[in-house]
Ligand binder design. Structure first.
Ligand code: HEC
Length: 132
């Protein structure tokens, strides 16, 4: 049953991913949509992959980030150069930021990248949100 479900999910997310790159419909732009489960899964991935640079609390003060120039972004309050709409964050996670230490993660599944996206998005206060 689980295998069946995850197969369907894979098809759905592959579809969303392709849509994201091509059609740009409202659904594809914002991804599959945030849920508490996605945010929780994104948080776990964040702690495993991002915290050593961006910090446990996402304040940009991870141990590995200290020597970096530019330093890892404070994800709570920093302005996002590439925008902080879900589709912008998804893109940054997938491709990285050229000329900075921010790596791209092209090998994550779209599902994983969206979960990370929704987690990062959930951290930002209304005030911090910036337009593209
Ligand atoms: C090796 C250190 C490192 C790791 C690991 C890392 N980042 Fe970054 N990140 C950076 C740096 C450096 C910047 C750029 C700061 C700047 O340009 O001022 C950045 C910038 C960003 C930005 C801002 C993008 C923008 O448009 O300005 C986001 C969002 C982000 N990272 C998310 C993540 C997420 C999510 C992960 C884990 C999947 C992650 N980062 C892993 C170092 C890292």
């Amino acid at each position: 049953m689980l295998g069946h479900q995850s197969h369907i999910r894979k098809i759905l997310f592959t579809g969303a991913f392709l849509g994201f790159w091509t059609a740009g419909s409202a659904f594809a732009d914002a991804g599959p949509g945030t849920t508490p489960e996605r945010v929780a899964q994104g948080q776990a991935l964040y702690q495993a992959k991002c915290a050593f640079c961006h910090g446990d609390k996402a304040d940009g003060k991870g141990p590995a980030g200290k020597a970096m120039k530019p330093a890892p972004r404070n994800l709570l309050t920093g302005k996002f150069e590439k925008g902080d709409q879900p589709q912008n964050i998804f893109q940054t996670i997938t491709k990285g930021l050229p000329k900075t230490s921010m790596p791209g993660y092209p090998n994550l599944s779209p599902d994983e990248s969206w979960n990370l996206t929704y987690y990062v998005s959930s951290l930002r206060s209304k005030k911090a949100k910036n337009k593209k």
